[in-house]
Write a protein that binds this ligand. Structure first.
Ligand SMILES: Cc1ncc(COP(=O)(O)O)c(C=O)c1O
Length: 493
């Protein structure tokens, strides 16, 4: 059938966009947001660390997807009313739960700039790629890794660990595991870590196909450090049974107590048995900046791979962690692919550095390097050295306060910036002590006084104060002890 072009109605296309119609209004709103944030940070010490979310606010999050838009101002009002007041609290000087950094104002603004530029930092010739590479080079410098080693910024410690363990697995004995899968090994690969190792190592071992049963959790000594005598015994026993020991994971700063596995010995054992030595330093690798820990952490500089977080002890806002791999070739061979839609050129936009996708799993990568880059430039390494040392001294100070109170008991040696303690009471059973300390913890949190978290050490329910907080002062530790004693006395009266 013939159609007469001239008789067809002309289609009118509208040009839609998500940009604001009122740019000045958006500018004004942006300024308000920054003003509100600055006030929030400035006044945070006077606010409760945490407060429960009222039911009506929780209910607010049950509504379905918005069909029609609202003004940016009203969206922001909803944020201010329902989200900002019920934050987690890790911006507060007395937030000590889990191991969660505080963030910094410039780090936050850097994230805003990064988001405004919105590059995908994986491939291409653009400045953010070079910033990312520079930050990785700084990470190598920080950890005294050789310049020819390689690294990649990832979302955090868990991703950094699985990235490293994937390289470790794929480079086992040149067996081409990447190509052939685990059937390329004549027997089961076995990984060694301590009972105190973070759960992400077990998850990583499960995901890379080893399975939970191939993870040997070696017992620890009274200081929660891996028993290397038992490690060697286990390696020998596994070999005798025809299994294939392939990797030792040492932890620099365990999540529970900040314990440091004996790094020198682990390094020596891995060399003796020809095993990959990986260090999970998600929390505590950066403690090497504190002269007190420098020597004990020296051996991590010799590790085959190292994972550490920058959103913990470099205090940059969430999220950013780093994996370093000593042998850059092994790193690249574990991940590089060259599909025809990701061709690199010598010139043009697709020129530039080797694609970062060749060093990790993720193809979409935000410009997380910028907040690290700006923060390190703002403060310089020496400032971080003193901040990390300060957190460690504050933890030791808290430990001393605890030891001075007969009503309190340290439940682990203080190591790095973690102090574990509990209230004790004559005649109380273990069960009663658990309930007492749990109640103290919950009241500290619910009254907004301080936010430690809990753990169980040798069967003892424990308050756990993990301090990677750039806003904490020594007086906060005095206050914490005072309040624990007050609450404890009220509860036992
Ligand atoms: C020792 C250790 N490893 C791994 C992790 C996991 O890191 P992320 O929470 O950044 O994934 C943590 C978190 O606290 C940790 O302390």
């Amino acid at each position: 059938m013939k159609t007469d072009r001239n008789t067809q109605p002309k289609q009118i296309w509208e040009n839609h966009s998500l940009d604001p119609e009122d740019w000045e209004g958006m500018r004004h709103l942006g300024h308000r947001m920054i003003d509100d944030l600055i006030d929030y940070w400035k006044g945070i010490r006077e606010e409760p660390v945490w407060k429960p979310i009222p039911d009506e606010v929780k209910g607010f999050f049950d509504s379905g997807i918005p069909r029609e838009g609202m003004t940016p101002e009203s969206v922001y009002e909803e944020f201010k009313q329902n989200i900002l007041p019920y934050n987690k609290g890790n911006v507060h000087p007395r937030f000590f739960a889990w191991i969660q950094g505080t963030g910094t104002p410039l780090g936050t603004l850097a994230d805003l700039l990064a988001s405004g530029m919105n590059p995908n930092v994986t491939i291409g010739k653009h400045a953010p790629m070079y910033v990312d590479l520079q930050v990785v080079n700084w990470c190598k410098e920080l950890m005294n890794f050789p310049a020819e080693s390689s690294g990649i910024l990832v979302s955090g410690g868990s991703m950094a660990n699985i990235t490293a363990l994937t390289v470790a697995r794929n480079s086992f004995e040149n067996r081409m595991i990447r190509q052939k899968g685990l059937k390329a090994t004549p027997a089961q690969l076995v990984l060694y870590c301590s009972e105190e190792t973070h759960s992400c190592i077990q998850k990583a071992a499960e995901i890379i196909g080893l399975g939970t049963e191939a993870v040997r959790k070696i017992p620890v000594n009274d200081s929660f450090e891996m028993r290397t005598d038992l490690l060697e015994e286990q390696i020998t026993q596994d070999r005798e049974q025809g299994l294939l020991p392939f990797c030792i994971v040492g932890t620099s700063g365990t999540v529970n107590t900040g314990a440091i596995d004996p790094m020198n010995e682990l390094l020596a054992i891995s060399r003796k048995h020809g095993l990959w030595f990986h260090v999970d330093g998600a929390y505590g690798a950066l403690a090497k900046l504190d002269p007190v820990y420098q020597e004990r952490l020296k051996a991590i500089e010799e590790a085959d791979s190292l994972a550490f977080d920058l959103h913990k002890w470099l205090f940059v806002p969430y999220e950013v962690g780093c994996t370093l791999i000593r042998d850059a070739r092994k790193h690249r061979e574990a991940f590089a692919v060259n599909p025809n839609y990701l061709l690199q050129e010598k010139r043009g936009l697709a020129g530039g550095p080797d694609s970062l996708n060749h060093y990790g799993f993720e193809l979409s990568r935000g410009f997380k390097a910028l907040k690290v880059w700006m923060s390190l430039k703002e403060h310089g390494l020496e400032k971080y050295r003193s901040m990390i040392a300060q957190n460690n001294r504050q933890a030791e100070y808290l430990g001393k306060l605890v030891q001075q109170c007969p009503e309190l008991e340290l439940t682990a040696p203080v190591c790095m910036s973690i102090t574990c303690f509990r209230m004790i009471c004559p005649g109380y059973s273990e069960e009663q002590l658990r309930e007492l300390n749990r109640e103290i913890l919950l009241r500290l949190q619910e009254d907004g006084i301080a936010a430690p978290s809990s753990t169980i050490l040798g069967g003892k329910f424990t308050l756990r104060v993990a301090n990677v907080n750039q806003r904490t002062r020594f007086e906060d530790m005095d206050l914490l002890v005072r309040e624990v004693l007050r609450l404890g006395k009220e509860l036992t009266a």
